[in-house]
Write a protein that binds this ligand. Structure first.
Ligand code: UDP
Length: 314
C-alpha cells in the first residue's frame, strides 16, 4: 500500500457494485469520496455510511467536469447503468457515461496522478463466438442493436483508458466484469437474478426468456470486489476478466432458484430479447495467475444471502 489512508474516488458509489466496493475500501483503511447521480443507484445502498468520517458523498453526473480539492490516490470508475433494461431505458446516458464520463474520470486521475480502474464488462465480447471468453478475444457486437449503447460505450471506455495510459502515462487497470449478484441489486432492475428470486418468493411464474438454453456464469459480489481490489493493487495494465466460471443454462438457474426458495413457482417461457448472448463464461486463467484470485463463494451460499436480502426487502 502506498499510503496509510489512501484516498479513493468511486464513481457510481450508490450502485450495486459501487456501494460494495466503497464498503471494502473503507474496511481496508481508505478514505472514500463517492459520486453518483442516482440515475440507477439508490441512497439506501449508502445509508449505513452516514456519519462515517472517512466517507464523503457528492451528488453529481460524472459526465460533467469533476473538480475535487486535495489529493486522490485511486479513481474507481463504476458509474453506468448496467442492466439491459436500464440501458434500454437510458441509451444516451449510457453512451455518455461510458464516453464523456470515462473521459472526466481519467482526467481527474491524470490531474491527481492517481491510479485509475475502469469497470468494463463481458458485454464487450457481445454474443461471443469464442467460448469460454479469454481477454484476447475481440468480441462480436451489434453496434446498432439494443445492447449496442452499453457494449460500444464500454469498448470506447477501454480504448480511451489505454490511450490515457499510452499517451499520458496514467496508471490504468481494466476489469471485465461478468454477471454478478448479491444484496443491493434492485428487485426490478430486470436482471435475471432479482427477477427470478422476486417471482419465486411470491410463488409467481418464473419468466424464462427464449427456451432458456442460453448460459450465464454468476459470481457472488464479495468475490468480485476482492478480485477488483487485487487488480487495482497489481501492476497489470491490460484487461482482466473477473467472474465465476461455473456456467449454467437459464432453465437450470430457474430450477436452482425454485429449490433455494422452496417455491411453488413454475417456469413460463417468454420471447428472447434481441441480441441476447447465447453463452457466456469467463476464462479466468489470467486472474488466477496475475492476481492469485479465484471465486470462493458457492452458488448455494451466495443465493442464500441474496434471497435473505430480498425476503427482508419484501
Ligand atoms: N432472463 C430471463 N428471464 C428474466 C430476465 C432475464 O430468462 O426475467 C435471461 C436473459 O434473457 C439472459 C439471462 O437471463 O439470457 C441474463 O440476463 P440479465 O438481464 O441478468 O443480464 P445479461 O447477462 O443478459 O446482461
Amino acid at each position: 500500500m502506498r499510503h496509510k489512508h489512501p484516498i479513493s474516488v468511486v464513481t457510481g458509489a450508490a450502485g450495486f457494485l459501487g456501494s460494495h466496493l466503497t464498503d471494502l475500501l473503507l474496511a481496508r483503511g481508505h478514505r472514500v469520496i463517492g459520486i453518483d447521480n442516482f440515475i440507477t443507484g439508490t441512497v439506501a445502498n449508502l445509508a449505513h455510511l452516514a456519519g462515517n468520517p472517512r466517507f464523503r458523498f457528492i451528488e453529481q453526473d460524472v459526465t460533467e467536469f469533476l473538480f475535487l480539492d486535495g489529493p486522490v490516490n485511486y479513481v474507481w470508475h463504476f458509474a453506468s447503468p448496467a442492466s439491459p433494461v436500464d440501458y434500454l431505458n437510458f441509451p444516451i446516458q449510457t453512451l455518455k457515461v461510458g464516453s464523456l464520463g470515462t473521459h472526466k474520470a481519467l482526467g481527474l486521475a491524470m490531474e491527481k496522478k492517481a491510479r485509475f480502474l475502469l469497470a468494463s464488462t463481458s458485454e464487450i465480447y457481445g454474443d461471443p463466438l469464442v467460448h469460454p471468453q479469454t481477454e484476447e478475444y475481440w468480441g462480436h457486437v451489434n453496434t446498432i442493436g439494443p445492447r449496442g449503447c452499453y457494449d460500444e460505450a464500454k469498448r470506447f471506455a477501454e480504448a480511451l483508458t489505454m490511450a490515457y495510459h499510452r499517451e499520458h502515462g496514467v496508471e490504468t487497470r481494466i476489469v471485465r466484469i461478468f454477471n454478478t449478484y448479491g444484496p443491493r441489486m434492485r428487485m426490478h432492475d430486470g436482471r435475471v437474478v432479482p427477477a427470478f428470486i422476486g417471482q419465486a418468493l411470491k410463488h409467481k411464474p418464473i419468466t424464462v426468456f427464449g427456451r432458456g438454453t442460453q448460459t450465464r456464469s454468476f459470481c457472488y459480489v464479495s468475490d468480485l470486489i476482492e478480485g477488483i481490489y487485487r487488480l487495482m493493487m497489481s501492476r497489470y495494465a491490460l484487461p482482466v476478466n473477473i467472474g465465476n466460471p461455473t456456467e449454467m443454462t437459464m432453465v437450470q438457474f430457474a430450477e436452482a432458484i425454485i429449490r433455494a426458495t422452496r417455491s411453488r413457482s413454475r417456469m413460463v417461457f417468454k420471447p428472447l430479447p434481441q441480441d441476447d448472448p447465447k453463452q457466456r463464461r469467463p476464462d479466468i486463467t489470467k486472474a488466477r495467475k496475475v492476481l492469485k484470485w479465484q471465486p470462493e463463494v458457492t452458488l448455494t451460499q451466495g443465493l442464500r444471502a441474496t434471497i435473505n436480502y430480498f425476503r427482508k426487502k419484501g
